[in-house]
Design a protein around this ligand. Structure first.
Ligand code: NAD
Length: 463
């Protein structure tokens, strides 16, 4: 497969006027990626054609979702639900005083004038609200990680299947130009066979470590604490837990559920994988000892087995919220013939084939042979490989740049609203969402239990 893919890639690259390998080609080439044409962009939508959205959970991501959704024509923010009064006031300030607001999400589900809902609540509410929305006949855009615990996932997949309605999980990298190009490049053999995915997403700030602002009016009158708790253990009102819920296992999923899940989403789109078979997690709470129980350092090591879609490969993934090196992230896919570095601005492909042709001398056993043996070995080597015509390939580099103005989040919303209009099928559905979230959550489980977790990605169940 590797040889065949490689030939395909070389053929395509040379058709594009690129010389990849040869005596002196180590300089970088640059190509601008093409943004998909948005045929609907100038279309005028009648009120009947407009997708009217209800937003359940209007915190940081709820606002980001609403803003991105309405960048697409024919999409409106019609209703908002949140448990903190200030956020409902803010939704009216930003999206119009006429929108319907409530603290009870069921009131949105009961409204006939809402075509679909977006769930951007804390992780422990996703499964309940997704299932309730589908039962009420509303298509759902649900934030990642799809679920709080692995065992909640299958019932969500079943709810989607039973409803027949479109559901999209909100890890927007699934619609990223860089993700889709990386998939095409991997499939065409640009880096040979994938061997290792080396991924990190590190931070070095208090906001980065989830110490988000708490409003000065936070109190039992402005916050519906009992509704927030839901199926979490009962406890007295605590504004820190409400506004910084990610720091607590009762409501959040740690750095793995918050950040690993985006990386699995991209990886599974690129490789067409259904997921790893074995997951090891480790880490701990090293620095941000502000009362939280979620670790601030998490490392995952994962085994992906060979299957029809891909060869066997490994993943090393880490998030460090105490990154004295300055924070930063990288996604490197390392193969037998090169490496792809995937960033928000594009992809760099470095061709650097593993040297397989035999050689001798240097750091080798040759020098430990007697002079007589060295002479005999040299003679043998030269006659053995004389007719093989081995050639060293020079390293090369191609940068594929995302055009300025391409908006991944808006595009992810277009995929969803098009599906609500019956125009397309969704890739990042509940089965996909479960397969991306489960390895993330299993990293936390492995860390707690001190042993690897075995996972059946095809059957979507723990082994
Ligand atoms: N796709 C992305 O890039 C991305 C980025 C950030 C967050 N997220 C996800 O979005 C979700 C929300 O994160 P956030 O950063 O916006 O958190 P946040 O704390 O800023 O907002 C969450 C909001 O949900 C509300 N809420 C909680 N339970 C509710 C309920 N039962 N009914 C109505 N409202 C309820 C809270 O009042 C709060 O305002 C999380 O699942 C997170 O993982 C995704």
């Amino acid at each position: 497969m590797s040889q065949q893919n490689r030939r395909k890639f070389l053929k395509k690259a040379s058709l594009g006027g690129l010389l990849l390998f040869g005596a002196s080609t180590s300089k970088a080439e640059e190509k601008l990626l093409q943004t998909p044409v948005d045929e609907d962009f100038n279309k005028k939508y009648s009120p009947n054609d407009t997708v009217r959205l209800g937003f359940i959970g209007c915190g940081i991501q709820g606002f980001a979702n609403a803003r991105s959704a309405i960048k697409n024509p024919g999409v409106e923010v019609a209703a908002a639900c949140d448990l903190y009064t200030g956020r409902l006031d803010r939704m009216k300030e930003v999206f119009g005083a006429g929108i319907f607001t409530t603290r009870d999400f069921r009131e949105i589900l009961n409204r006939k004038d809402i075509d679909a809902v977006c769930i951007s609540t804390s992780d422990h509410w996703h499964d309940h609200q997704l299932k309730a929305a589908l039962a009420a006949g509303k298509p759902v855009y649900c934030e990642k990680p799809m679920m709080h615990h692995i065992d909640e996932g299958l019932s969500m997949v079943e709810a989607e299947r039973k409803s027949g309605l479109p559901v999209q999980i909100g890890s927007q990298r699934a619609s990223g130009l860089e993700t889709l190009k990386a998939k095409e490049l991997l499939e065409s053999g640009a880096i040979g066979d994938l061997i290792l995915a080396d991924i990190r997403s590190d931070r070095n700030s208090s906001n980065g470590a989830w110490q988000y602002s708490i409003p000065t009016d936070a109190g039992p009158e402005t916050v519906d604490w009992d509704a927030f708790l839901g199926d979490a253990p009962k406890r007295p009102f605590d504004k820190t837990r409400f506004f910084r819920w990610r720091n607590y296992d009762d409501y959040g999923t740690g750095v793995a559920g918050d950040l690993f899940v985006h990386l699995f989403t991209a990886l599974h789109i690129i490789t067409s994988s259904k997921g790893p078979s074995k997951i090891y997690g480790t880490g701990g709470l090293r620095f941000w000892k502000d009362g939280r129980d979620a670790p601030d350092v998490t490392l995952g090591l994962l085994d992906y087995e060979k299957c029809a879609a891909h060869p066997a490969f490994n993943v090393q993934m880490r998030v460090n919220f105490v990154d004295g090196s300055g924070g930063g992230s990288h996604v490197n896919l390392i193969g037998t013939e090169g490496m792809m570095t995937i960033g928000y601005d594009g992809i760099t492909v470095k061709s650097n084939p593993v040297q397989t042709q035999p050689s001798f001398g240097g750091w080798d056993s040759y020098d430990t042979f007697s002079e007589k043996q060295q002479a005999e070995f040299k003679k043998w080597f030269e006659s053995e490989y004389a007719d093989k015509n081995y050639q060293m390939k020079s390293p090369a580099e191609i940068k594929y740049t995302i055009p300025q103005g391409f908006d991944t989040h808006k595009t992810h919303w277009k995929v969803f609203t098009d599906a609500v209009r019956g125009k397309n099928k969704i890739v990042e559905d509940t089965a996909f969402g479960l397969r991306a979230a489960a390895p993330s959550l299993a990293t936390n489980v492995s860390m707690k239990m001190g042993k690897p977790i075995l996972w059946d990605g095809e059957g979507m169940k723990l082994v």
